[in-house]
Design a protein around this ligand. Sequence first.
Ligand code: HEC
Length: 168
Amino acid sequence: MANNAEKNPGLLLFGAAFLVIIGVIGTIALPYFDEGITTPTETAKLKNYPADSAEARGRHVYIREGCQYCHSQSVRPVRADSKLGQPSLPGDYYYDAPVLVMTQRTGPDLTWVGQRYSADWQHAHLLNPQEIGGAGSIMPKYDYLSQQDRDDLVAYLLSLKPALKTKD
Ligand code: HEC
């Protein structure tokens, strides 16, 4: 029949455009009205590093060295993640650019790693993950980093902790 929808290009185009618009509204426009996303949490404020701080420089080292390809920074609200600490909130990422959520967990999630270890531990681990993190660790040694880069990186790692601690 000539009036079938699939044979009517005008109606098909209208239908496709309508669905795209619904998608754009739902995934791009509506989130702007979600206060959970548009309001920085106390944790986000902690991570709003001044441009010349050790933490900001350390974050650059983290990205440059590709730590994010093995480590996520997102605690999911599921039982498997309950030992990591409180689940991440959208507002925690307010000042993150680029966001380092990632999905790969070849190594442990680092969202709250700042509350798990000392600076000395972090330095020793970066220099020799196999000695500190376990003989089977596939994490590369970062002993080639300059002292400055390693100091900055550790400052960044130590800053990864919740502003309001709700769980040990
Ligand atoms: C090839 C994958 C890989 C890369 C790249 C990598 N890691 Fe790891 N990382 C691991 C694995 C596996 C572990 C667990 C074993 C261990 O502790 O060494 C780990 C453990 C860690 C831990 C301890 C986490 C915990 O809760 O015990 C920290 C901190 C860490 N990595 C930081 C980094 C940083 C910083 C970088 C980049 C400079 C990096 N990693 C790059 C795989 C990786």
